[in-house]
Design a protein around this ligand. Structure first.
Ligand code: MN
Ligand code: MN
Length: 179
């Protein structure tokens, strides 16, 4: 696919890894513009709710943390700026996810990351609808457990962390600061 596939679809080219998170050098940055990093997001998701969470993540980085961030979409059927429900475009080559998720692990800057994830490690998971009304709520209202994202997507997140710790931190819903 190419950028032109998105023209007039009513959906933005939503970067899963934001360009702003890969600005150390031009090679890293260019990789964020590959179409494999891009999925169709309703403009109010891409430009408001999703970006608000991206900005908050950079706030955490700027206060001495390192983050593991995983993101994607699931399901089919979103509502962009053209209204209605769009399931796909580009002759079916681009699925329009119904929902977008993100899983974030927050660690103070350090080493041996998987080994130092504990039951007290902050993890943030969100599950947002791919619709124009998404921004009627702040990003923090879309927080869910990691277990909920595992159930929705079939992935097993944090699989390098012991199952005891996974079952603890994946079952909780973050209630920390959101800005
Ligand atoms: Mn689990
Ligand atoms: Mn898991």
């Amino acid at each position: 696919t190419s950028t032109s596939n998105y023209t007039n679809t009513g959906f933005d080219r939503g970067h899963q890894c934001p360009s702003e998170d890969r600005d150390l050098n031009s090679t890293d940055n260019a990789a964020t513009f590959l179409m494999t990093n891009i999925m169709p997001q309703a403009p109010n998701l891409n430009r408001v709710t999703w970006v608000d969470l991206e900005d908050y993540c950079r706030t955490l980085i700027n206060s001495g943390n390192e983050l593991y961030i995983m993101a994607g979409g699931y399901g089919s059927g979103g509502t962009g700026s053209n209204g209605g429900i769009t399931y796909s475009f580009a002759s079916g080559k681009v699925n329009v996810p119904a929902r977008y998720w993100k899983v974030i692990v927050v660690l103070p800057v350090g080493s041996n990351d998987a080994g130092r994830v504990s039951a007290n490690t902050r993890v943030i998971a969100v599950d947002m609808p791919n619709v124009q009304t998404v921004n009627s709520q702040p990003w923090g209202n879309y927080r869910v457990s990691i277990d909920a994202i595992e159930a929705a997507t079939g992935y097993d997140f944090l699989s390098n962390v012991s199952t005891t710790i996974q079952s603890s931190i994946e079952a909780t819903v973050d209630n920390g600061p959101t800005q």
